[in-house]
Design a protein around this ligand. Sequence first.
Ligand code: HEM
Length: 467
Amino acid sequence: MALSLSFWTRFFVHQLEKSSGINLPPGKMGFPFIGESLEFLRMGRKGTPERFIQDRMAKYSTQIFKTCLLGEPTAVVCGAAGNKLLFSNENKLVTSWSPRSVERIFLSSRQTSTKEESMKTRKLLPGFLKPEALQKYVGIMDSIAKWHLDNHWDLNETVTVFPLAKQYTFMVACRLFLSIDDPKHIAKFANPFHILAAGVMSIPINFPGTPFNRAIKAANTVRKELRAIIKQRKINVLAGKSSSSKHDILSHMLTTTDENGQFLNEMDIADKILGLLIGGHDTASAVITFIIKYLAELPQVYNEVLKEQIEVAAGKQSGEMLDWEDIQKMKYSWNVANEVMRLAPPLQGSFREAVTDFTYAGFSIPKGWKLYWSTNATHKNPDYFPDPEKFDPSRFEGNGPIPYTYVPFGGGPRMCPGKEYARLEILVFIHNVVRRFSWYKLHPNEDVIVDPMPMPAKGLPIRLRHH
Ligand code: HEM
């Protein structure tokens, strides 16, 4: 069925161009059904996702080209103007769209779409991610970072960073989203997430053994666990054992009503928390891993970060936890994190759908076509970032990059709502790790793969030097 649909899509695209003279963007649609998805994924696995975009920009157009990704005809926008078009025309020319694989994995019910669900989630999040709430999390994140380093780093001479960074961000998410802090419970809960993350951007072929099939099963396992946690919380609240005003996102979801005054049901809450746990921990752990990698490679940058963090620590009493004001002082460290996200953005881009026919850069975009914006198209473009492969945190000083060129969190109304939360957990971790250790890489030339997040191929094993 999918194959024949795809054949007709390609046939239709061809006929559309031929018969109506409609000027679609240049580019090619690739193979039936999979289009150019394999090439797109293959470039990522080789650690050069930008090549997919750059090759086509050189061949077809520096502004926009057409392709077929994950079974859909797609126009890829390539520059600041393209990003601006998508970010500032939400619900006018475009609307958010998720690949079928994402819909199928993240939604337990087929009655709804990720678009509707993400609108609902966005409404719920401000209460949880607003500045007053975020301020309270800094101390909690600090105590988790300390516990994590005491238990997983301090006793070792070598560590593998990527899995440990995931453990840290997952522990923060479990604590702040669900008030779970038992490490055994967290470890059990974490396993299916690795499988799930690997299947999110896979080709949606649901046969036993495919990454997509494994991800669906893993999502069901996590949902089951989440529903058990939700049920128990409800029982505790009713029995007066747990305060419904507990500061976590679960209690926020249990006590908030939608526009019709209805409470969310358990399944809805489980779906939303599943999405947040995936979006909210894998991304930040990739950033932490690449910060450790670059600090190993660039001792002068490491020294500057250490200097800044020692100054922050000097203003604290012994045993006093970090707070919101401390985070505001970590300017250089945040510039380093920004430069890391320029060179190794956790998300490679995201899709939109055209809600109407429109033209861009002289090319027609038919209603229903998908559009894709890519972090790599601008982050690695020398017009926006001179000497783009050079690691240079000073790019973020002063006014910083030109608008719509630096987009690790997207932009416009759909910009990542977890940006500030991520900033806190990343900076808190840097503060703790540089003050305890310096390090060097055990595999100086370790490859990087992007599948779908960037990661060092061996997980970044390092040798620690305790200060
Ligand atoms: C360094 C870490 C992170 C990066 C780089 C990142 C990046 C992004 C990007 C690029 C998008 C898509 C925007 C678009 O489609 O235009 C997004 C969406 C989203 N992010 Fe993040 N994210 C990070 C951390 C987080 C965290 C910690 C949370 C939750 C606490 C979170 C929650 C979300 C949600 C719910 C959406 C969907 C928003 C919508 O559909 O409107 N993210 N993120």
